[in-house]
Design a protein around this ligand. Structure first.
Ligand code: SAH
Ligand code: SF4
Ligand code: F3S
Length: 490
């Protein structure tokens, strides 16, 4: 496939711009003077599921800020409550209905005080279940899918005017990102998510995402560069590019030429002043292009970390899952990427108890853990999702057996993770400080390999500091500054 060329591109070309810090401040003053006599409205957003939902929730806050909605962490104080939901497994969906039951009681308590509350369900459950949600919980006023969130200001106004359910489950990713482009983004830290690709055309037989997020869509390069520049101007040092299949990214080039690949996009973003680190997630093995692999060996800004879900170590199961690659393909990708970047950390996802998974298939997953040596992994029991082909397959594995397999798999994965973390002891790693640690006087940061690192000193968020790793647990590392070590008694 021909991808866009970086040569000849005017890197200073003006792209649709976000307001600068000064512009934002002015905007706030004007808005404040207009709304001075209106009490502030409060917005409570609760996010479930993947990073793309985290990104979307942030954008909902951005869209509602000009309407006078200030975020709150206390649901009881909120005039507008949004649950941004996940449909990936049955448990995730059922959790939403019990949460909605709580929100109904909260709404009743507020009504008794004469306060109105709008209750909204967003995200993948909203997309999948639509009006059915209101049938199960009549207190819900508004239901909208992931591709309709840009209509939030009108939907909220409509819900306030009408007793009827406001329902928006259209797929129009292009509209969504075009509208979001003009909503100033307020980052809340030195690391920020940035959605560049949405949707999925892969149709793994177990998965609901193609139905809840729609077809694969890539945002144009200029739009992404503008958002990244805005983030950099507001103190962001690390950007994590998001997509359900982020490495399938093929976005329109600014010059109208051939489509840009993810590697091209990463190279452009690496040139933005202030951006020190780039990551991307989640990738599909069949989209792991040679240019992306090569970039891991060339770019210092691209972090040595790859999340590449494998799901199973058995070719038979991979075929039944419609993953469209074999274990030999997966191993070859890992070998190639390790040739380009020998120290790269590899993370993955596993599903245990897929219908028909035999003891031998499961053993093959365990063997793959030993072969690859994953630095981190998410692992799940297969959940039969209505409407997906795998839910209809014979030989569903009993729940107890799935529990047993998950426990065995996780023991092995946790040991691998601890081993990976312990291997860093004695090394000096550049750590991006992200904020205060759990204890007073402590700062927490992130290693290039996506490990949490604690240091018993105060450092400003955004600083990248070389830390000597002195201890490691399964979930984090402890580091000390080099100067501190030099000054400490032997
Ligand atoms: N697009 C990503 C994953 C999105 S869903 C990819 O292809 O890798 C995140 C993870 O949830 C998947 O990797 C898979 O491990 C898990 N998952 C998805 N559907 C599931 C199901 N029905 N049961 C159990 N786990 C599931
Ligand atoms: Fe789901 Fe497969 Fe698409 Fe990932 S690639 S989102 S697992 S259908
Ligand atoms: Fe869940 Fe939707 Fe993400 S189903 S994992 S929130 S794409």
């Amino acid at each position: 496939m021909a991808f866009c060329s970086l040569d000849g591109q005017d890197k200073t070309a003006r792209v649709p711009n976000f307001p600068t810090a000064a512009g934002l401040a002015t905007g706030r003053v004007i808005r404040h003077s207009r709304t001075m006599h209106t009490p502030k409205k409060r917005l409570f957003v609760k996010t479930y599921g993947c990073q793309m939902n985290v990104y979307d929730s942030g954008r909902m806050r951005d869209l509602l800020a000009p309407l006078g909605f200030a975020p709150t962490d206390i649901a009881e104080d909120a005039d507008l409550i949004i649950l941004n939901t996940c449909h990936i497994r049955e448990k995730a969906t059922e959790k939403i209905y019990s949460e909605l039951g709580q929100m109904k009681l909260l709404k009743d308590r507020r009504a008794a005080l004469g306060l109105e509350t709008t209750l909204a369900v967003a995200g993948c459950v909203a997309q999948a279940e639509g009006a059915e949600i209101r049938a199960r919980q009549p207190a819900v006023d508004l239901v909208f899918g992931p591709q309709a969130l840009h209509k939030l200001p009108e939907m909220v106004a409509q819900a306030a005017r009408s007793q009827r359910l406001v329902l928006e489950t259209d797929f129009a990713a292009i509209d969504k990102f075009d509208v979001l482009e003009s909503a100033p983004r307020a980052p809340d830290g030195v690391s920020a998510f940035l959605s560049v690709q949405e949707g999925c055309d892969k149709f793994c037989t177990f998965c609901v995402v193609p139905y809840t997020r729609g077809a694969e869509y890539s945002r144009p390069v200029a739009q992404i560069v503008a958002e990244a520049q805005h983030l950099a101007e507001h103190g962001v040092r690390e950007i994590v590019l998001l997509g359900q299949n982020v490495n399938a990214y093929a976005g329109a080039a600014p010059d109208g030429g051939a489509k840009c690949s993810l590697a091209d996009l990463l190279s452009r973003l690496a040139d933005i002043k202030g951006i020190a680190r780039l990551r991307y997630t989640t990738s599909h093995p069949i989209e792991m292009n040679p240019d992306l692999i090569a970039l891991h060996g060339q770019s210092q800004t691209l972090m040595p970390f790859l999340h590449l879900p494998v799901q199973s170590g058995s070719d038979r199961v991979l075929k039944a899952m419609n993953r469209r690659h074999t274990i030999a393909d997966y191993v070859a990708i890992i070998e190639n990427i390790r040739k380009a970047r020998p120290d790269i950390a590899i993370a993955t996802d596993f599903i245990v108890g897929f219908p028909g998974e035999t003891a031998a298939d499961f053993e093959a997953s365990l063997a793959l853990i030993d072969l690859i040596g994953f630095s981190q992994a998410f692992s799940f029991k297969f959940s039969a999702r209505p409407g997906t082909p795998a839910a209809e397959l014979p030989d569903q594995i009993p729940e107890g057996e799935k529990d047993r397999r998950l426990a065995v798999l996780q023991d092995k994965l946790f040991a691998a993770q601890l081993g990976f973390n312990r291997a860093q002891i004695g090394a000096t790693l550049p750590v991006l400080m992200t904020g205060p640690g759990r204890h007073a006087g402590q700062t927490i940061g992130r290693s290039p390999f996506l490990q949490s690192v604690h240091v018993d000193e105060i450092h400003a968020p955004g600083t990248i500091l070389p830390l000597r790793i002195v201890s490691a647990s399964q979930n984090s590392l402890r580091g000390e500054t080099i100067a501190h070590l030099a000054g400490s008694p032997a």
